[in-house]
Design a binder for this molecule. Structure first.
Ligand SMILES: C[C@H](O)[C@H](O)[C@@H](O)[C@@H](O)C(=O)O
Ligand SMILES: [Mg+2]
Length: 394
């Protein structure tokens, strides 16, 4: 029985949540005051949508095989990603066998090197790669995790990201990661407010629950050092993405400065094995956090994770729903996963990419049985009520 080939690839866009999960309605915690590299501009300090964090929107990549089977995946890339798929990447995909995933990845990456390397081009390549893994799983009738070597544990354990770690503890999560509200532009007063928020949350959750700060690229080494030192007494588990992604030198200094035992984590806006090689060889962090929808897809995350394993680094992917769950469950150096609380008040568990997908699994009591991921491919379907657009065709 000859291996099917890829007959069509199509790129769609959709607005309103989904893979571009920052694209939420007003009043959502994820668009509250959060410290960012734009916080130095008061006009862009109070919400991240004000400076365009939701500008891209969701890219949906669909691949159809010669036997009629279809696979798909979603990521953050919107119309830019749709253009890249339809006008550039399609030529490397259509006509190839559904198993030619490595060669397709290599051609997509090298053909876009002159304008890609990271950012939205790698988001787009990731989306194509995830769709190809979904298609292969559907053709072989096996889940992606089985094609990656199978689960190394019976269940996934999650920490929750959101404004309410106190509620996350009640829901059974192992920890709560809070967005940092105030950045260097608000001076010592802002730093004291950050620490007061941590102190209050520590009081609410007690001592046997992880608390973390997510600083979203917004600090400098001195501020991050003072924040970490001040957070020691409240047992901050890790300080995340304190500095801009390219400041490998600053991360190496911060990692030397933080209190012994406090973890320095980063990587969600890093891409490819080369970017993560820099983070690890320059001793920038303890835990890398690639987003499988942004770093290059499953095909690249396999390479990144193996490199991390050799460096004794944990790989805790940035939350990306089923795309990270299928990977995390198969890797011994990925002992837990992130779950982003997408309810506006972070007070209930809803699917991360809501309302984009059907059958999207969510943690129960902060855990997820590996068997919940046993449907073919990534085990999810597009919600037929999505208003998809196809802005470009090839
Ligand atoms: C909660 C953070 O500010 C970001 O919105 C989030 O996308 C990311 O940094 C995370 O680690 O979940
Ligand atoms: Mg983060």
């Amino acid at each position: 029985m000859p291996m099917p080939t890829i007959k069509h690839i199509r790129a769609y866009t959709v607005r309103g949540g989904g893979a571009d999960y920052h694209d939420q309605g007003d009043g959502h915690w994820i668009d509250g005051q959060i410290s960012t590299p734009m916080s130095k501009y008061p006009e862009y300090r109070m919400t991240r949508k004000s400076f365009g964090l939701n500008v891209l929107g969701t890219l949906v990549v669909e691949v159809e095989a010669s036997d009629g089977t279809t696979g798909f995946a979603v990521t953050t890339a919107g119309e830019i990603g749709a253009f890249i798929v339809e006008k550039h990447l399609a030529r490397f995909i259509e006509g190839q066998r559904v198993t030619d995933i490595e060669r397709i990845w290599d051609q997509m990456f090298n053909a876009t090197l002159f304008y890609g390397r990271k950012g939205v081009v790698l988001n787009t390549i990731s989306g194509v790669d995830l769709a190809l893994w979904d298609l292969l799983g559907k053709i072989r009738q096996e889940p992606v995790h089985a094609m990656l070597g199978g689960p190394v544990r019976d269940e996934l354990t999650f920490y929750a990201t959101g404004a309410r770690p106190d509620l996350a503890k009640q829901m059974g999560f192992i920890g709560g990661k809070m967005p940092l509200k105030h950045g260097p532009a608000e001076g010592d007063a802002g730093l004291e407010k950050n620490l007061a928020q941590l102190a209050d949350m520590r009081e609410r959750v007690g001592n046997d629950f992880w608390l973390m700060f997510d600083c979203w690229m917004s600090l400098d080494v001195n501020y991050a050092t003072r924040l970490a030192q001040g957070a020691r007494e409240f047992d901050l588990k890790w300080i995340e993405e304190a500095l801009p992604p390219d400041d490998y030198w600053g991360y190496a200094e911060l990692k030397r400065n933080v209190p012994t035992g406090m973890l320095v984590n980063t990587g969600e806006h890093e891409a490819t094995r080369w970017g993560f090689r820099m983070l690890m060889e320059m001793e920038c962090c303890d835990v890398i956090q690639p987003d499988v929808g942004w770093c290059g897809g499953i095909t690249e995350l396999i390479k990144i994770s193996a490199l991390a394993d050799a460096h004794n680094k944990l790989v805790v992917p940035h939350g990306s729903s089923v795309y990270s769950y299928h990977f995390v469950v198969t890797r011994h150096n990925s002992p837990f996963a992130e779950f982003l609380m997408m309810a506006p008040e972070a007070d209930e568990v809803v699917p991360m990419f809501n309302p984009l997908l059907l059958d999207e699994p969510v943690p129960e009591n902060g855990r997820m049985r590996a068997s919940r991921l046993d449907a073919p491919g990534f085990g999810v379907r597009l919600n037929p009520e999505n208003q998809l657009a196809r802005p470009y065709e090839h």
